[in-house]
Design a protein around this ligand. Structure first.
Ligand code: KG4
Ligand code: ZN
Length: 361
């Protein structure tokens, strides 16, 4: 089966073709193409996403991105009748203008090609990115390991808008165990980056700078680390960094450029460690409480090397199997939407689809 995925919930315009094995073996979802066009460079200039700008860019890129994804998957393809079986699309949550571009495109194609639509929750997409397998040898190993995913599983979805701990009893029954009470983890990286004068999105930049810093240089809070329950809070960390930058402003003005960059690296390393400490502690706590046999990481912040390595290390010391998507499938893409559709295959007609910007699990 071939599923065309479409993702336009935020600033990306993405399309992908994912192939399932003929025997229906779901540990082998092969990505035949995954095209992502981002308007991030435009938003970097303003320090955040402007919804109208994002949607207008998506209008420009939707058809070229779709064409490329289909051509890459099947060679030169007849666009009036491509060999796909269904169209999976993100219908929420996200920015309404952006979602509409994807929903209306998918609806029209569904009508014209006479193919069913499979609506996908973007957040579940981040979880199912774990099942994506590229071609190549390392991917063969990945496919083998995927057969080990067992339930109950705990998923940590960490992105720019969400920090959610989800308990999956199986592919269709899931419960949200906890979420953030204020900023999401990615949002915390981005807002702190802004305080430090770093470009948007700041998560990868902070992580890169942190490589040369000392994570113990500054003592930053780990909000709600020891609280009951599985909720998160990151706004206090942002305030602590604001105070820290104010305290160090005078000092920074008097120090040499070289010392300033060392100080920035130390702040970045301390911030990254604080965020990762809280994410890891709560995730492991959730896994223990619910006797999870698998741990699934997903979302843009799952591309963070410290987070991946820390969770992987802790899981290898226990009975829990740890899964994390390849970095390119952590940030928004359409292959993860096609993957989620394989497991939640509720097909609907083009007449029934509507965008839902507030959609939760
Ligand atoms: O999942 P995603 O692409 O979009 C949303 O659905 O929000 O996540 C984007 C978020 C941004 O906040 C970005 O700063 C963060 O993921 N991010 C990272 C890294 N790469 C992306 N945060 C920390 N370390 C990274 N390497
Ligand atoms: Zn996302």
């Amino acid at each position: 089966m071939h599923i065309l995925g479409i993702e336009t919930s935020c600033d990306e315009t993405a399309a992908s073709v994912v192939e399932t094995a003929e025997n229906g073996e779901t540990s082998q979802l092969h990505v035949l193409s995954s095209i992502v066009s981002s308007s991030l460079a435009l938003h970097a200039q303003t320090g955040g996403i402007i919804p109208e700008t994002a949607a207008r860019e998506q209008l420009k890129y939707m058809i070229p991105v779709l064409t490329r994804a289909l051509n890459q998957a099947f060679g030169e393809v007849d666009l009036t009748n491509p060999p796909i079986d269904a169209i999976a699309l993100t219908y929420g949550p996200g920015l309404i203008g952006s979602l509409l571009v994807g929903v209306e495109t998918a609806r029209t194609l569904s009508y014209l090609w006479n193919k069913p639509l499979i609506p996908v929750n973007h957040l579940l997409g981040h979880i199912y990115a774990n099942w994506l397998v590229d071609s190549g040898e390392r991917s063969a190993l990945r496919a083998k390991r995927l057969a080990l995913v067992a339930f109950p599983a705990i998923a940590l979805v960490v992105s720019g808008g969400h920090t959610d701990l989800v308990l999956l009893k199986n592919h269709t029954e899931y419960t949200v165990l906890g979420g953030t009470r204020d900023d999401a983890a990615g949002e915390a990286f981005d807002k702190i980056g802004r305080l430090l004068g770093l470009p948007y999105p700041a998560g990868p930049v902070i992580s890169k700078l942190a490589e040369n810093g000392n994570p113990k240089a500054f003592s930053l809070p780990r909000p709600m680390l020891h609280s009951d329950g599985l909720d998160f809070s990151f706004s206090g960390l942002k305030t602590a960094v604001l105070n820290l930058t104010k305290q160090n402003e005078l000092l920074a003005k008097e120090t040499l450029q070289r010392d300033k960059s060392k100080m920035l690296a130390d702040i970045c390393a301390s911030v990254e460690q604080a965020i990762v400490d809280v994410l890891v502690a709560k995730t492991i706590k959730a896994a223990k409480i619910h006797h999870a046999t698998s741990l699934l990481l997903g979302g843009g912040v799952a591309a963070n090397t410290l987070l991946r390595q820390t969770l992987s290390g802790l899981c290898s010391d226990s009975e829990v199997n740890f899964f994390v998507p390849a970095k390119k499938y952590c940030t928004d893409n359409a292959a993860m939407i096609a993957a989620a559709a394989v497991f939640n295959n509720n097909q609907i007609s083009w007449r029934e689809i509507t965008a839902d910007p507030e959609l939760y699990y």
